[in-house]
Each structure stands twice: as structure tokens, then as C-alpha cells.
Design a protein around this ligand. Structure first.
Ligand code: KMH
Ligand code: ZN
Length: 280
């Protein structure tokens, strides 16, 4: 089977140290969490910037500082900043990070309830704007889909020429207000993709490792990290992102599926060879 790409979502925008003390806020903490995740087997670091007090930010300068520091510690890793940011941010605010020379970023493909009165807004025009801007800036989008309608939106926009191949999807399942991450949900989404597409799963909370298991056995890729889940197992807090990555690596070993290096991940996804001179 193809090699397994492990993404680690080290920080998120909503999870706080009160939930798990390993959630990184400062630049040094971001570097620690990224380096340990990469050493454990992650090829991609999904990143939300924070200020030192934990406030989520899409501030370009803050991202630049964090990315440069991570790059120094992990020279080859794929760094994938979020353009989702935090609920309530404007699209201009969210897109600031794409003004930096980055190779990959998330592109959220639909609106959803996010609990209580919070709505994570991604209109069709937002998606077109994000896709166009990323294309112009040579940034490879990971297509975040929280339910089946988001996949259909991507396929429609792809057909109309707004989103270009290679199509790499991330099924983010188990968000309050989105689709659950049961086996039948996973298979329904996976079977809805064109054969040339690649996909990863990001299970929220208790879905993290259940979905990882399914993806490992069906040729998909896996995202884990404190953004999505703070527990190693029921009632046991993960001692950092590395613990979550190590658990997926053990699952992959058990299934005889090799883990991809960042270089191999670029080849599997169809991202250009890493250009150390021109990419942060
Ligand atoms: N924090 C969520 C509102 C992404 O990174 O692109 C959005 C999110 C998705 O986490
Ligand atoms: Zn995110």
C-alpha cells in the first residue's frame, strides 16, 4: 500500500492549556511540539498561530516568526498554516498568512455550526476567493470537508475551474455541528471522491484513532494532534502531540503500512520539490 502521511495539528485555535498543558502558545512551545511530532513521524505540521497568552491570531508577522523557528528545527517538514483561523475572523484576516511564501495551507470548503451560536463561515464566494488566491501564490490547498456537501462543493468548483487538481481532501469529522466519524460516514465520504484524489482524516475527540485505523487500512492519510483531541486514551491526557503521533505510527506498524517522510509526502500529494531558498 502507499506510504502513510501523518499530519500533526499541534496548536489549533480553540483548545487551551486549561484543556491540556502541552498546547503550545509561545514560539518556543510551538517549536518543541513541532520538533517532537516530526521526530515521532509527522510529515506535515498543521499550524494555528497564537500570541503568548494563547489568543489565536492570523497575524502575518507572528506566523512568520513561528514558521521560521519551526523550519530551523525541522528543515524538511511541510508546514501547513491554517486559513480557517478561529470562528469570527474575517476572510481577509484569515488569508493574511498566504501572503508569506508557504507551500501548503488549509482551504475550508463549507459553512457549519460550531456549537452554541458560533458559525464557521465559508461561503461559496469565500471558497472561490481562497482557492484563486492560493493558486496565484503557488500554495497547495488541503481541502477541509466537514460533511458530504463540502465534498460536492469542491467537485462542482473543480468542474467549473475554480479548484484545480491534484485534489487532496481532509475529512474533519466529529465537530459539533458537522458530520460524525462513524465507519459508515468514513466510507460514504471516501467513496464520494474521484479515483485520482487523495484524502486524510482528522477525527475530533473520540473519533481520532477510530478514523485513523480506518484510513490506515483503506489507503488514506491521518491527522492527529491536540487541535483535534487532547486524550491518548479515555481519561488519559496526551503528554504532548508526540504521544498522539507515536500512537498512529504504532497502528501503522501493526498494519504493515510504512510512514512517509516529508519528501515522500510531497511526492504522494503532487507538491513540488521543497525549495529551501524561496519557501519559508
Ligand atoms: N478553528 C476552526 C474554526 C482550519 O484550520 O482550516 C477552523 C479550522 C480549520 O481549524
Ligand atoms: Zn486547523
Amino acid at each position: 500500500m502507499n506510504k502513510l502521511i501523518i499530519t500533526c495539528a499541534i496548536s489549533g485555535a480553540e483548545v487551551m492549556k486549561e484543556h491540556n498543558p502541552y498546547v503550545p502558545y509561545t514560539v518556543d512551545e510551538m517549536v518543541r511540539e513541532a520538533r517532537e511530532a516530526v521526530d515521532a513521524g509527522a510529515a506535515i505540521i498543521h499550524l494555528h498561530a497564537r500570541f503568548d497568552d494563547g489568543t489565536p491570531t492570523q497575524d502575518k508577522a507572528r506566523y512568520e516568526t513561528i514558521i521560521k523557528a519551526i523550519r530551523k528545527a525541522c528543515p524538511d517538514v511541510i508546514i501547513q498554516p491554517s486559513t480557517g483561523g478561529a470562528v469570527g475572523m474575517s476572510r481577509e484576516e484569515r488569508m493574511q498568512v498566504t501572503e508569506l511564501p508557504i507551500e501548503m495551507a488549509t482551504l475550508d470548503c463549507g459553512t457549519l455550526n460550531f456549537g452554541g451560536d458560533a458559525i464557521f463561515i465559508n461561503t461559496e464566494n469565500d471558497i472561490k476567493y481562497f482557492a484563486k488566491t492560493m493558486k496565484e501564490r503557488n500554495i497547495f490547498p488541503e481541502l477541509e470537508c466537514f460533511e458530504k456537501g463540502h465534498i460536492d462543493m469542491v467537485l462542482n468548483l473543480h468542474k467549473k475551474g475554480f479548484i484545480h487538481a491534484p485534489l487532496h481532501f481532509s475529512f474533519v469529522l466529529g465537530v459539533n455541528g458537522g458530520m460524525r466519524g462513524e465507519a459508515r460516514d468514513f466510507h460514504f465520504l471516501r467513496e464520494s471522491l474521484p479515483p485520482s484524489a487523495t484524502f486524510s482524516v482528522a477525527g475530533i475527540g473520540r473519533y481520532e484513532f477510530r478514523l485513523a485505523e480506518l484510513a490506515i487500512h483503506h489507503g488514506g492519510h491521518v491527522r492527529v494532534g491536540l487541535e483535534d483531541n487532547i486524550y491518548l486514551e479515555k481519561g488519559v491526557l496526551a503528554e504532548g502531540n508526540k504521544a498522539l503521533v507515536k500512537k498512529v505510527v504504532a497502528m501503522a506498524n501493526e498494519a504493515n503500512r510504512c510512514v512517509a517522510t516529508p519528501k515522500e509526502a510531497r511526492q504522494l500529494l503532487g507538491i513540488k520539490e521543497f525549495d529551501h531558498e524561496n519557501i519559508l
